[in-house]
Design a protein around this ligand. Structure first.
Ligand SMILES: Cc1cc2nc3c(=O)[nH]c(=O)nc-3n(C[C@H](O)[C@H](O)[C@H](O)COP(=O)(O)OP(=O)(O)OC[C@H]3O[C@@H](n4cnc5c(N)ncnc54)[C@H](O)[C@@H]3O)c2cc1C
Length: 436
């Protein structure tokens, strides 16, 4: 396979990993997909990213951009092509403590970001898993543990450094190339390689954390009660619900995070959740924010989770929505279903302010199937829900293709995303999976 690649330029000497290299087994794949690229490039700074991109383009082979390798589509690697892996660009720097402005390179993992910011008493709401990369999450949205209080990660993105398809390096902010910044905030995968983000963090040291297990009734009423409460709960509360089998029945395992270190506020925010149904188990504690995305999460990605995932958003959960979710869980395809509260600060942002347009929803429903079930099994499992949801979050879509585009980028947002992708990447090297 190596023979297919032309000689490396001096700038990239020692930074190409090919089959046979002892590092290759830990670099070839992503979290969901085992892959066989012809080479993985490991640039260490922006000018090396420019050189890596030029080299990759010269080969005329499939191109993948990878930050943390957690993308659910597995497209941050490929078979027979070139991967530009940004893991060596992983610096986290507080630029201005008073303004809470932080510069994070794309290859950093969220565990690292939380750990580096903790001594400053700062946090960035990112996601629920420390090994997820900054680049993929921040070019798509970022629904984290503080989402109802803080909004999406992109809602606090102030500037981005982007290597465009032609190798130009651009700093995009509110004054310089605001179109590019708009696109990076939700549709960044199609405009170039983002090497660094400037993000406004929030003041936060400790959070309230609770784990509550509730029996899931047959008609899913517990889920409607959960969503009803979240629609009016204090914004400092964000929750994630996993629906899980428990003997012959189902339970809702709720993780609640309160963006405040006081026990009183934790109790106040979480107590109503103990009344949404039959509580089987509960515990609560105050923990540092960094404990939610710990460095213990860090690991190499070797295709260990071969899943297929999709998702959809609900504005408000009706009885029928809740019953449908419960029925899907009991159906023959047995997907894993996870729900996240959105709303709150997410919906303060106008739908046209960023490329993430879903600004009136309260719940994100994510469904995953595991092998041997793949696309067809997921479609069959999801079909009853497909009619009920409105919009899709790009970062939990395992098949971001042409048919998913309209759900992810609806209406005028989609028109603008398409226009900007074509403007910044006329040859379509970054948007090949979308076939647009
Ligand atoms: C276990 C797990 C937990 C998750 N939890 C959350 C969560 O709590 N909240 C949430 O919002 N999401 C979550 N996600 C989804 C996550 O946001 C996406 O999978 C995201 O794409 C992962 O980022 P990455 O850098 O690790 O991905 P990668 O696989 O490296 O990249 C995915 C894609 O993003 C694009 N991309 C990556 N880096 C760049 C860059 N620097 N410039 C331009 N484009 C780039 C590329 O198209 C690439 O194919 C989770 C995913 C997993 C697997």
């Amino acid at each position: 396979m190596t023979a297919e690649l032309s000689p490396l330029p001096a700038a990239l000497e020692g930074k190409l990993v090919v089959p046979g290299d002892r590092r290759y087994p830990l670099l070839r794949s992503t979290y969901t997909t085992v892959a066989n690229p012809a080479g993985v490039l490991l640039p260490e700074n922006t000018s090396e990213v420019v050189a890596a991109l030029a080299f990759a383009r010269e080969q005329g082979l499939p191109l993948s951009v990878r930050s943390g390798g957690h993308g659910l589509s597995g497209r941050s690697s490929n078979d027979g092509g070139v991967v530009v892996d940004l893991s060596a660009l992983n610096r986290v720097e507080v630029l201005d403590r008073a303004a809470r402005l932080v510069r994070v390179q794309a290859g950093a993992r969220w565990a690292q970001v939380a750990e580096e910011l903790a001594p400053y008493g700062l946090a960035i709401s990112s996601g629920d898993y420390g090994n997820v990369g900054v680049g993929g999450l921040t070019t798509g949205g970022g629904i984290g543990w503080l989402v109802r209080q803080y909004g999406l990660t992109i809602d606090h993105l102030r500037a981005a450094e982007v290597v465009l398809a032609d190798g130009t390096v651009v700093r995009a902010d509110a004054e310089h190339d605001p179109d590019l910044l708009w696109a990076v905030r939700g549709a960044g995968a199609g405009v170039g390689i983002v090497t660094a983000f400037e993000i406004e963090a929030t003041e936060l040291r400790d959070v309230g954390y609770a784990q509550i297990t509730v029996r899931l009734d047959r008609d899913g009423r517990v889920l409607r009660h959960w969503a009803d409460y979240l629609a009016e709960a204090p914004r400092e509360l964000s929750t994630l619900v996993n629906l899980l089998p428990d003997d012959r029945s189902l339970v809702a395992s709720i993780t609640a995070v309160v963006a405040d270190g006081s026990e009183r506020r934790l109790r106040r925010a979480v107590e109503p959740l103990l009344r949404i149904g039959a509580t089987l188990d509960q515990h609560a504690q105050i923990v540092p924010y960094s404990a939610l995305v710990p460095t213990a999460h860090l690991h190499a990605n070797v295709g260990q989770q071969p899943t297929t995932t999709t998702n959809g958003l609900l504005t408000a959960m009706t009885d029928q929505d809740a019953a449908t979710i419960a029925a899907v869980m009991r159906g023959p395809h047995r997907p894993m279903i996870q729900m996240r509260s959105v709303g709150g600060a997410v919906n303060d942002v106008p739908p046209d302010a960023t490329a993430y347009a879903h600004r009136r929803h309260g719940t994100l429903v994510v469904a995953t199937v595991f092998p041997p079930g793949r696309g067809a099994a997921l479609d069959a499992a999801w079909q009853p829900l497909a009619e009920r949801v409105d919009g899709t979050y790009v970062n939990f879509e395992g098949r971001p293709d042409k048919s998913a585009f309209e759900r992810i980028y609806p209406g005028a947002t989609g028109d603008r995303v398409r226009r900007l992708w074509h403007r910044y990447d006329p040859d379509g090297i970054f948007r090949t999976p979308w076939q647009l």
